[in-house]
Design a protein around this ligand. Structure first.
Ligand SMILES: Nc1ncnc2c1ncn2[C@@H]1O[C@H](COP(=O)(O)OP(=O)(O)OP(=O)(O)O)[C@@H](O)[C@H]1O
Ligand SMILES: O=C(O)[C@H](O)[C@@H](O)[C@H](O)[C@H](O)CO
Length: 176
């Protein structure tokens, strides 16, 4: 898999930042945590216990898409990408974008959230994250990985399964 462009998606606390950073390191590509691309107003809103809506997420998705579009040599972004329409927004910047959905039960993820005090995202928003989540559809490029295993195991699965995905964009070198 050369020049992979991946989004690690899932609800808050599913491990996107942790897995995304490890996956990028493993692949030798830059990593960006989409939490760092939120407008300040979005962070303030979530910190106050209010879920973001489509309008709040619009400028944020645009920034993420721009970051991805400049990564000719590959990159990994951790971004919740909860709805199909959000993923469509990102694909407008990078049509061949692939998603790694970190899927887990409310119970497992709530436990993990509880064990990281100090994060701006209140645990009370987890229910709205699950309610908003639209899983990957059959025509979307990506894989689903169970979060109830070690970070190393998740990264290993992601690397193995994405490499095996038919249609993974070849580089110009590979085409010749
Ligand atoms: N596979 C794993 N096994 C055990 N703990 C994990 C695993 N993945 C992540 N964690 C821990 O769970 C917590 C949540 O992970 P992380 O912050 O990466 O999630 P996130 O999806 O990026 O969350 P947010 O979107 O809210 O920033 C952290 O304390 C992290 O260390
Ligand atoms: O779309 C959203 O509601 C947001 O991206 C959230 O998911 C948080 O940014 C993130 O997960 C931090 O906990």
């Amino acid at each position: 898999m050369s020049h992979p462009l991946l989004v690690v998606m899932g609800v808050s606390g599913s491990g996107k930042s942790t897995v995304g950073a490890a996956l990028a390191q493993r692949l030798g590509v830059p990593f960006e945590d989409a939490d760092d691309l939120h407008p300040a107003a979005n962070i303030a809103k979530m910190s106050a216990g209010q879920p973001l809506d489509d309008r709040d997420r619009e400028p944020w998705l645009e920034r993420i898409g721009e970051w991805l579009a400049t990564r000719a040599d590959g990159g990994v972004v951790s971004c919740s990408a909860l709805k199909r329409s959000y993923r469509d927004h990102l694909r407008r910047h990078v049509p061949a974008l692939e998603f790694v959905h970190l899927e887990g039960s409310h119970e497992v993820i709530a436990r993990r959230q509880a064990s990281r005090p100090g994060h701006f995202m209140p645990a009370s928003l987890l229910a709205s994250q699950f309610a908003t989540l639209e899983p990957l559809e059959a025509d979307e490029r990506g894989i689903v990985v169970d979060v109830d295993q070690s970070v190393d195991a998740i990264v290993e699965q992601a690397v193995t399964r994405i490499t095996a995905t038919p249609g993974t964009a070849p580089t110009p070198d590979e085409e010749n």
